[in-house]
Design a protein around this ligand. Sequence first.
Ligand code: C5P
Length: 241
Amino acid sequence: MNTPDNGVRPSDGSVVALVPAAGRGVRLGGSIPKAFVTVGGTPMVRLAVEGLIASGAVDRIIVMVSTELVDSAVALLPPSDSVHVVVGGAERIDSVRAGIAAAPDAAYFLVHDAARALTPPALIARVAAELRTGHRAVIPGLPVTDTIKSVDAAGAVTGTPHRAQLRAIQTPQGFAADLLRSAYAAEGIPATDDAGLVEKLGIEVRTIPGDPLAFKITTPLDLLLANAVLDGASVGRAVTP
Ligand code: C5P
């Protein structure tokens, strides 16, 4: 059954995936929130959930959506006792917090943006496996190909970090559940990802190699690429029809 709830089912060492999908962002054009935009005919949030299920590494999935989209989300997600829909919040951080609150039994969390809809299940499984070996914060990342510069408010360059030391970070980001709960409890300064909150606790965050297919579908060009990937049999991943 696939109903909106805050249901909790105890299970030892369970891996709970939190999928923030409550953004109202319409940067892809049109009026549909990004997570509900289709790629290859399937809404991104469903593709993301299918990838988590296909990884075989996740016990339960909690999808956070805005209040008015709860019924739509329930209707379009795969019918499964393991998939739950809860109401998210005004900011992404509020949505993740709502997901954390809905899973007090979790031993590990994987926070996975719906917008990384083509993330290979094998990458999700690798993050979960690293957590189970004892690493408390694990995030996938890729070397950057562009030179990255910091700039001030007027656009003047203030620095050029060494490119070899930079990683473009993806999701799922994996955490020991108590660590993520502490990070959200201590949260004060805004962070652009969950690992950023954990770093502020002084905890080491481990990176593992990411995957180009875990790119975030944000702009119309990203959407074009994602559709092309699903069209190309040699490049795409298996997606449930
Ligand atoms: O806007 P951005 O691409 O950073 O959003 C990342 C993810 O966070 C998206 O999947 C979006 O739906 C989600 N989000 C959310 N609640 C919000 C804002 C964003 O779950 N209030």
